[in-house]
Design a protein around this ligand. Structure first.
Ligand code: MF3
Ligand code: CO
Length: 253
């Protein structure tokens, strides 16, 4: 069952998203060659707690980090640790925050320094895939319409869309219905109703769509070793159209 959100629910989710977005800004400011991913995790956790929130990921199904940082061929759920960032690394930084009982979730990918033209293009296509998904999030349409729009765009650009991880409803639970597959057939899946809140978070691989999970039981990497990127926003579908709850006029995401 999909929990449709009231205006009050929506403002609480937006407030948690605000903290996530600010923490993400702190993290992006701390990104530099020589910095460990653990340091970035600490920057995020410290900021989130200072704002009265808690990192949603911490302890979730035993997840050890406060945020997820997935570097280069890592697709999702990279655990922050002693890994040292290098010039040209492509990282996806995923931050989710809970405050006053409500979660907000977002993710941006960025490159340490300039990066290769290939990495920059992958990043832009992934960002655009997310935007296309957000724009397709309309009352009366179905989840499969969103997935199809994302998949068609990504594959048209010569990349593949990851199928093993999906977007999700969010609110009092970190992950709830509806599920958003970032691929699919038009006219299938749940018919979107006003007040639905879910994440749009496509993972796009430069090579094949296949992934495998490392020994740590969390980090998913591309099977072929190719680069992967991800962007994510938390979206509410209103009668007038989609509204991005994790986007703020004074923040760059
Ligand atoms: N934002 C990611 C998601 O929605 C973060 C997962 S947290 C983890 O799945 F604990 F599962 F890693
Ligand atoms: Co998410």
């Amino acid at each position: 069952m999909v929990h449709l959100k009231t205006p009050r629910d929506i403002e609480k989710i937006r407030a948690s998203c605000r903290i996530a977005a600010e923490a993400l800004l702190k993290v992006t400011e701390a990104v530099a060659p020589g910095v460990t991913t653990l340091k970035l995790d600490q920057v995020a956790e410290t900021y989130i707690r200072k704002r009265g929130g808690v990192p949603s990921a911490k302890g979730y199904k035993g997840y050890p980090g406060s945020i997820c940082i997935s570097v280069n061929d890592e697709v999702v759920h990279g655990i922050p640790g002693e890994r040292v960032l290098r010039e040209g690394d492509l990282l996806a930084v995923d931050i989710a925050v809970k405050k006053e009982g409500y979660h907000g979730d977002m993710n941006v990918s960025l490159i340490v320094g300039e990066g290769s033209p290939e990495a920059r293009r992958l990043l832009e296509v992934t960002r655009q895939a997310m935007e296309i998904g957000i724009q397709a999030s309309l009352v009366g349409k179905r989840m499969g319409d969103i997935g199809h729009a994302i998949q068609r765009y990504v594959e048209g650009q010569g990349y593949s869309i990851v199928r093993d991880f999906c977007g999700h409803g969010i609110g009092k639970a970190f992950h709830e219905e509806p599920q958003l597959l970032h691929f699919g057939r038009p006219g299938t899946g749940w018919k979107i109703e006003p007040g639905a809140v879910f994440t749009v978070e496509p993972m796009v691989n430069q090579g094949g769509a296949e992934v495998r999970v490392l020994e740590d039981d969390w980090t998913a990497v591309t099977l072929d070793g190719s680069l992967s990127a991800q962007f994510e926003h938390t979206v509410v579908v209103m009668p007038e159209g989609p509204q991005v709850l994790s986007r703020f006029a004074d923040l760059p995401f």
